[in-house]
Design a protein around this ligand. Structure first.
Ligand SMILES: [Zn+2]
Length: 326
């Protein structure tokens, strides 16, 4: 999960950065799905993703993230290269993204929060509850043990206010522990139960599905911690536990050690990249916007979050960052 943030100034600086700091582009996705209700802006529709893959494979040379990092270590040229990544391990990667990637021979990395496999993502449960709330309640009141507000009292008069409530609560809960998140979900269920909440939309991959994916040579399975918390808000010891356990869990699930890592919520402290390296990973992706140049740190790889647009819009958007292959 990544929360939508401020973008205007960075957008104005893109042409300058492209001219001064060329390099490869690393695309970030979460879900490939056709959604009406997507308050966290996580999805690109399957049709639009298909067009985006066509643009990527015709305009750029798409390599896997490990191969991109290898080329950087060897001092090879990075302009005109791209890598594709997916955060969180949603099952729709298997159902919707994989056939399109396979057809176009585009490799991809999928980052797994190993403690989330086998049950719903908490933010999807929260979004499903608030989606149901549109039909049943006019406002919600939630007591938080974390974040700056303590008590959140939100009006849910229309769809836009429900979407804002999802984003606000997710933002405040993104580094929270299990019990705080469970408490908020229980409070929401108690207030919204009368209408019957819908099932959470996107489910995580199961262990069996993960094993199937890892057998494909164009899929790189990477780590995304165990609990999907904010590493940057944890002590170095607690960070190491999250990163080390994630590596162990992945090794059990796929039979080999993972080499790629992504920082959940883009959160990291000065110690985090070193800890990720010490746990056997060779590269780490942030949520910072930018290109991956010859001098970049392979443990703070910037990414570009793909917008939910068709081929022409995607090509225009990507041209702000990338020089096309000859
Ligand atoms: Zn994530």
């Amino acid at each position: 999960m990544r929360l939508p943030g401020r973008k205007v100034l960075r957008r104005l600086l893109r042409p300058l950065r492209k001219a001064l700091r060329p390099g490869a582009v690393v695309l970030g996705y979460h879900r490939i799905a056709d959604l009406h209700w997507d308050p966290l802006e996580l999805a690109v529709s399957a049709g639009k993703f298909s067009e985006q893959v066509d643009v990527l494979s015709s305009k750029l040379t798409v390599v896997s993230l490990p191969e991109l990092a290898r080329r950087q270590r060897n001092g090879q040229k990075l302009d005109g290269l791209a890598a594709v990544t997916f955060d969180d391990g949603y099952a729709d990667f298997l159902e919707s993204a994989l056939p399109l990637l396979s057809r176009a021979e585009v490799p991809a990395t999928i980052f797994i929060a190993t403690g989330c496999t086998g049950h719903s993502f908490w933010w999807e449960e929260l979004a499903a509850l608030l989606c149901a709330s549109q039909r049943s309640v006019e406002s919600i009141r939630v007591t938080l043990d974390c974040g700056p507000h303590g008590i959140v009292h939100t009006s849910l008069s229309d769809e836009a206010s429900c979407q804002r409530a999802v984003r606000d609560l997710c933002h405040q809960l993104r580094g929270a522990d299990h019990s705080t998140i469970a408490s908020v979900l229980t409070q929401l269920r108690n207030q919204i139960a009368s209408a019957g909440a819908t099932e959470p939309e996107g489910r995580p991959l199961t262990s069996a599905e993960l094993k199937r994916l890892s057998a494909l040579d164009f899929v790189d399975v990477g780590g995304h911690t165990v609990d999907h918390g904010c590493l940057g808000e944890l002590s170095p010891t607690a960070q190491r536990q999250q990163i080390e356990k994630c590596q162990e869990n992945l090794e059990d699930a796929i039979g080999r050690r993972a080499v790629s890592f992504s920082y959940p919520n883009g959160s990291l402290s000065v110690e985090t990249p070193r800890l990720v390296a010490e746990c056997g990973f060779l590269q780490g992706c942030t949520s910072e916007e930018g290109t991956f140049g010859p001098a970049a740190d392979p443990f703070t790889v910037p990414r570009l979050w793909a917008p939910n647009v068709g081929g022409a819009g995607f090509e225009r958007w990507l041209s702000q960052w990338s020089r096309w292959k000859p």
